[in-house]
Structures are given as C-alpha cells and as structure tokens.
Design a protein around this ligand. Sequence first.
Ligand code: SF4
Ligand code: SF4
Ligand code: FES
Length: 291
Amino acid sequence: MPEEREIVMKLWRGDAGGGAFETYKLPAQEGEVVLDVVHRIQATKAPDLAVRWNCKAGKCGSCSAEINGRPRLMCMTRMSSLPIGEITVSPMRGFPIMRDLVTDVSYNFEVAKQIPSFTPAPKPPGGYRMSQVDIDRGQEFHKCIECFLCQNVCHVIRDHEDNKRVYAGPRFFVRLAELEMHPLDTLDRRAYISEAMGIGLCNITKCCTEVCPEDIHITDNAIIPLKERVVDARYDPVAWLGRKLLGRPAPLSAVQAARYTGAASSAARSPSARAVPASPETASSTGLPAD
Ligand code: SF4
Ligand code: SF4
Ligand code: FES
C-alpha cells in the first residue's frame, strides 16, 4: 500500500489587530487546488477561518491571496504546481486586513466610482458602426475579473499607502484604456489620467502584467498607450503654442473637471494604514523582481 502523502499548509490567522501563521496538516488528495485544501481545513480543523471565494472557476476574482509569497488566485493554483514542502497562504499585502485571508479592497471601488463613464455620441441614423479591429482591441480589457492582484503587487501603492490618494493603479489603467480606445466614446480623459489618476508614477516594471490571471498585457497594451496619449496631449507643439499665446491652461471637459475635484478631495481614498504589519513570509519577496 503506497504511503499517504501529507500536506503542510500555513495559513495567516488574525485580524486588523494582529495575527500569525498557523500550521495545518492533512492528507493530500488527487487533483486539488489551493482553495480545496483551504476549504478542507475550514471544514475539519478551523470552522471560523475567513476566506473569500465565489465561483471556484477563476472568474469572480474573489479568492486572491499570496501563495508562497506570490499573488495568485487560490482556485486556479493547483497543489501539484507548487514545490514540495510547506505552503504558506496569506492575505494580499496591498490592502488592509479584515480577518484571516480576507482583505478590504474597497479602495478599488472608490477609484472605480470616480472614473468618467462611457459617453457615446448620439446615435446616428442607421445605428452605431464599429470596425472589427476596434472591437478586438478592447476585448482584451474586457477579460478583467477584478481580482485586484495587479493592484496588490504594484509597488506604487503596495509600499506607499499615501499614493492611494493620487494613483489609480493598473486595474484602472486597463479600464481607462478600454474607454480611451473605444471609437464611440467622446470624452477626452488624458489630462485626468495624468493628473488625477497619476499615471506618471508608473515606471513600467510589468509586475502587474506578470500576476494577471487573465493574461492581460497591462503595461504593453494599456499603460504604455495611455502614457503616449497623455504625452501627445501635453506636449503637442501646436496646441502648446496656442495655449501659450492665449495664456490659457489645457482645456478640460466639465465632466473631467468635476471628477478631478472628486479625486483630489475624496475621503474614501485617503490612506488607511495597514493595521497588521507584514509577516516575515508576506514581507518577503512576491516572487517578482523588485520595482
Ligand atoms: S508597471 Fe509596475 S508601476 Fe506600473 S502599474 Fe504595473 S506594477 Fe505598477
Ligand atoms: S487586470 Fe488582471 S490582475 Fe488586474 S484586476 Fe484585472 S484580471 Fe486581475
Ligand atoms: S473563487 Fe472565483 S476566482 Fe477564485
């Protein structure tokens, strides 16, 4: 009879006041993902364990965590893909801890609310028409499941809580790219992207792209094109000369200006200090190159 293999999993247990890793041992089962093991621990050893999940199919974006220090979806990480030995599962480090593996990701929803929404031109006779190439370009951005793993790993906010006031983060650059590249949208958000969403703070390290479970090329296809558009808007020599001669600032639409103010003064986006200091495991590498 073959010897039964044992799983040793260390789960971060605690709340905003503090916590530590607890070790659980249980027999291995064929074909499991990390979320299966966490659920077995919850069912047999730790009924009060808090863990967020919904679909178990990599589509709801709820089960984001750091597995062996690397940001991943628990439901899409096969146990067989991890190195043999102890496995650590800790909450995302970029957001305040609520309890155990659950973090407060409401910062992201506050940013989402401030983005000027899709604003199409009035419908022409015969209806809207779009070419296939424009549909294809936006399709990649539609794949986002809002897991916020890219937000979690982006050093601009992961290591600098204060920046949450002035920086949207990679998930929202994807959203802004989707809007900016939409051929039917009529708003020009370029000044807004630069000054209220802080795209200049991104130094294109691609850490966000590396962790995206939907393989969205966040930096190459969203952030870099947005940066180029922002630069075009600001440094276009003809527009610059016109503004200089007339002594006027770059124009903003009313919607942009309103959003601007909201972003700058929003209490909801004020930094919330992470109550739980990063544990040695979570404080260590994310498995990614340092930004
Ligand atoms: S490229 Fe680096 S700095 Fe820019 S959004 Fe992605 S993780 Fe953040
Ligand atoms: S862009 Fe990718 S990593 Fe970021 S929230 Fe969307 S699916 Fe998750
Ligand atoms: S449970 Fe839905 S993405 Fe993992």
